[in-house]
Design a protein around this ligand. Structure first.
Ligand SMILES: Nc1ncnc2c1ncn2[C@@H]1O[C@H](COP(=O)(O)OP(=O)(O)OP(=O)(O)O)[C@@H](O)[C@H]1O
Ligand SMILES: [Mg+2]
Length: 373
């Protein structure tokens, strides 16, 4: 039997653990066309949850249209618009109908049409000048509204925090909001991980998206949900593991879906050859950290000397009392203002997050640092 745990990015189906309540909650929002801000720390499972919900919709409520736009890596309004165009086939997969829709709805648009060989669906890549951007966006949003008159639509903007970094972010946010507000039969899900950017966008009174969406922080998965899921997948391969060991694994990886999924992937491989022993967790963990060695080394090499010292400060003091004189002396930092500055830049890089106290976001990076610096 093939390894049922998943090594790749987004998981659905049997590799997807529980999140029943989250699926039900978000479906309610979708049905009510209530916009949602879905946020969490990195790799908590936002994209997987969305993909799972889209699959459910396809199977159980195909009358709802789904559009998923991944904004990761976009650096301009133009790229934002292009990404939406490229996904339009999710709402209209018939090439002729899609072309007709575009012709009738969008002025001044020249575009390339290609057929995605994997899904056999048409992909639209528009070409337009920066000066035409507003008009194209207006027409594109009108097209979405038109489609939503026929059926309910859910549109996900994943990694929505990218918008904040665009050159004319302020006016783009305002423009986008003005259209979105008019779309009464569309549920927009704004999803992302850089909490400080996203919450500033939706919770600051002076921002365009202020109170435009219901806040939905995505939490880690509870132990009681992991156990039956893990047990079931291991049992499928005739691998029996005691409940106590499964609890130990979940605890060791602090209930974090990504580490648990990955760890179980390797544990499955290991247990196909040998039986459980006391050293198995640390043995697999060390090899997982070793696989990340180059990535972490590059990350470390790219930090300034004060950022390195500050990261050590967080590590050694477990994120607490970072400004105490002895703590600063221990890592040889001269002033507290250096720490303040570096904490900010490390947060911007998403290396640390403030969760009451500062924590190193990637559990494996934390373990790697403890071993290597
Ligand atoms: N419900 C789940 N059950 C099991 N594993 C999960 C679940 N959700 C996420 N994972 C694991 O966590 C990893 C990260 O998930 P995903 O990419 O969906 O998170 P994300 O919050 O969108 O991350 P990012 O912040 O990087 O966009 C997945 O590759 C998968 O291994
Ligand atoms: Mg994601």
């Amino acid at each position: 039997m093939e390894n049922p745990f998943n090594y790749s990015n987004v998981v659905t189906g049997s590799s997807f653990c529980n999140r029943k309540k989250e699926q039900a909650d978000l479906l309610e929002f979708i049905k009510a066309s209530q916009n949602v801000l879905l946020y969490s720390h990195r790799r908590t499972g936002k994209s997987s949850l969305i993909k799972q919900i889209f699959l459910n919709i396809k199977q159980q409520a195909p009358e709802i249209g789904t559009l998923y736009v991944d904004l990761y890596g976009t650096t301009s309004e133009k790229e934002f618009i292009t990404r939406v165009f490229r996904q339009l086939n999710a709402l209209e997969s018939n090439t002729d109908k899609l072309l007709n829709l575009l012709k009738n709805s969008i002025d001044k648009l020249s575009f390339q049409l290609s057929i995605d060989p994997a899904s056999n669906s048409p992909t639209i890549t528009p070409t337009f000048k920066a000066t035409e951007e507003s008009l194209i966006l207006k027409n594109l949003m009108a097209l979405l509204e038109k489609l939503s008159k026929k059926r309910k639509i859910v549109i996900v903007f994943d990694e929505f925090q990218e918008v904040v970094k665009y050159t004319n972010a302020d006016s783009f946010e305002k423009l986008l909001r003005s259209y979105i507000q008019q779309h009464s039969n569309i549920c927009y899900i704004f999803s992302g991980s850089q909490q400080h950017l996203l919450t500033a966008m939706f919770l600051s009174q002076n921002r365009a998206f202020y109170q435009q969406a219901a806040s939905y922080p995505l939490k880690l998965i509870e132990t009681k949900h992991y156990i039956p899921w893990m047990k079931n997948l291991f049992n499928g391969g005739n691998i029996a593991i005691q409940k106590g060991k499964l609890i130990q694994i979940v605890k060791h990886f602090e209930n974090h879906p990504m580490y648990i999924q990955l760890f179980c992937f390797f544990l499955w491989q290991e247990l196909k050859q040998t039986s459980w022993n006391d050293k198995i967790i640390s043995k697999i963990e060390i090899s997982m950290i070793e696989q990340k060695h180059l990535e972490y080394q590059t990350l470390w090499d790219n930090l300034s000397i004060n950022q390195k010292k500050t990261l050590k400060l967080v590590l050694i003091n477990d994120g607490k009392n970072l400004f105490a004189a002895e703590a600063l002396t221990m890592v040889n930092i001269k002033t507290a203002s250096i720490v303040t500055r570096c904490l900010k830049s490390l947060s911007d890089k998403e290396i640390i997050v403030k969760n009451g106290q500062y924590v190193i976001e990637d559990l494996f990076l934390k373990k790697w640092l403890a071993l290597n610096v």
